[in-house]
Design a protein around this ligand. Sequence first.
Ligand SMILES: Cc1cc2nc3c(=O)[nH]c(=O)nc-3n(C[C@H](O)[C@H](O)[C@H](O)COP(=O)(O)O)c2cc1C
Length: 204
Amino acid sequence: MELKQAIYKRRSVSKFDPEGTIRPGDLEKIMEAATMAPSSYNMQHWHFLVIEDRERKMQLKNIALEQEKVADAAAVIVVFGNLQAHRQAKRFTDDLVAKGYLDVAEQTIALDIINEYYADPAHQQIEAVRNASLAAMILMLAAHDLGYGTCPMAGFDANKLCKTFQVPDHLVPILLIPVGRPAEEERPRKTRKQVTEVVTYNGF
Ligand SMILES: Cc1cc2nc3c(=O)[nH]c(=O)nc-3n(C[C@H](O)[C@H](O)[C@H](O)COP(=O)(O)O)c2cc1C
């Protein structure tokens, strides 16, 4: 499928077929695609919890304002942002040096910048959200490409989710993404703002 088609045809699915399944290997393909997202200094501030187990999905449904799609989708992927991704800055900037993206002097400067910037918890938070969200979008396009429906969902109780699934402190839940077989016809695109409403060239 062409990227353009995936971008224009994707919809947030309202209803999933509870009998829908995911073909063996497809979840792995979707998750691998998500890891191809760009990230700041390639630090990959994301983690994914894949929930396929019926009982666990029912727990998640309760956490997600009883939204049916969480129970009906074949799998629900919780996308987390990693507040501590910068701790692996050396690992990934070493790779940048090895591959010629940075020289050693530039790496030293980069590591100083990273350490100073990420010392602020507000920056850890915004980078977790920013970087993980990019992975979430790729995940949805990859799922669509394989013929599955998805829906990004922020309607859930983050504290309850972390407690129920014993989420480590350094991970913050960003989105739930149910993946499965849609139980609805393709719907018309919801109205988007005019491009001229949302694009400004060369400064405000
Ligand atoms: C951050 C975010 C949170 C959302 N949360 C929910 C949600 O909790 N439940 C839901 O049904 N849809 C949710 N949506 C889906 C939006 O309603 C949907 O993306 C929007 O109406 C546009 O429709 P489209 O994705 O089909 O173009 C969310 C979307 C985003 C981006």
